[in-house]
Design a protein around this ligand. Structure first.
Ligand SMILES: C[S@@+](CC[C@H](N)C(=O)[O-])C[C@H]1O[C@@H](n2cnc3c(N)ncnc32)[C@H](O)[C@@H]1O
Length: 230
């Protein structure tokens, strides 16, 4: 993993400072998930929390016919591997900061190109993919920097699908109390803030709605934002 600014970087000073100050936090989050990776694939947790947005994004990619796809903050690679196996695109990348999560992902599939790098500094070439997706991870990213990277690696007209926590949702406060996430290092944008963030980064909103969830997981407060790269 290399989260440092390359020597020849021409990134504006503000971005460099933001990325630099974020590095400590990224390391902590990556270390946390390396430990959490041991329990992460637990069936009920997956079914209730993580699977509904993954199903929805898989469906979206299927309808779009995307051929070069990158899953950012892919974790143990459950969705990334499903994309590779169920959609058989030309290229699928699974990218994550946490070595522990990626170690599990690598065991899951050899069809995916797994990469240990931060969302804020991807190693992929410019305009090299036609879909960037991310599930239950965006609230950990430095969002303006990550979105600038998503814009850079996407081809014009490419698809961006972000599944993120929505703290304005009806069940957000009770869910936070229950899970203790009120004091987490995560930063979840409101729906309008998300639209502002993606618009500033050069994307055009296509749709935004609460994730379609079965009744037993409906209190989980998250949304799906879909956009295209201008
Ligand atoms: C809650 S897990 C979600 C994993 C997977 N997307 C899913 O739906 O199951 C969040 C993941 O985001 C990763 N992550 C957090 N911050 C990151 C960053 N700045 N760059 C890349 N990955 C990051 C963590 O290591 C973790 O694996």
């Amino acid at each position: 993993m290399n989260a440092s600014i390359p020597a020849d970087s021409t990134a504006p000073l503000a971005s460099s400072v933001a990325l630099d100050s974020r590095r400590g936090l990224n390391r902590t989050i990556a270390a946390f998930f390396s430990v959490a990776s041991r329990a992460y694939d637990q069936r009920t947790l997956q079914r209730v929390v993580y699977q509904p947005p993954q199903d929805e994004i898989l469906d979206l990619l299927r309808r779009q016919g995307s051929r070069h796809i990158v899953d950012i903050g892919c974790g143990t690679g459950i969705l990334t591997s499903r994309i590779a196996e169920e959609l058989r695109p030309d290229t699928v990348y699974g990218i994550d900061m946490s070595p522990g999560m990626l170690a599990r992902a690598r065991e899951r599939s050899q069809l995916v190109q797994w990469r240990n790098e931060p969302a804020e500094q991807l190693g992929l070439p410019n305009e090299s993919v036609d879909a960037v997706i991310t599930t239950t991870a965006f609230h950990f990213f430095n969002q303006p920097l990550a979105l600038a990277e998503f814009h850079r690696v996407l081809k014009p007209g490419g698809l961006l699908a972000i599944n993120a926590i929505n703290l304005r949702a009806r069940w957000a406060a009770p869910a936070q109390r229950l899970t203790g996430t009120r004091f987490s290092p995560a930063a979840a944008p409101s729906p309008q803030q998300m639209v502002d963030l993606i618009t500033i980064a050069g994307f055009e909103l296509v749709e935004q709605h609460p994730v379609r969830r079965p009744w037993y997981s409906r209190p989980w407060p998250d949304m799906l934002t879909v956009a295209v790269r201008r």
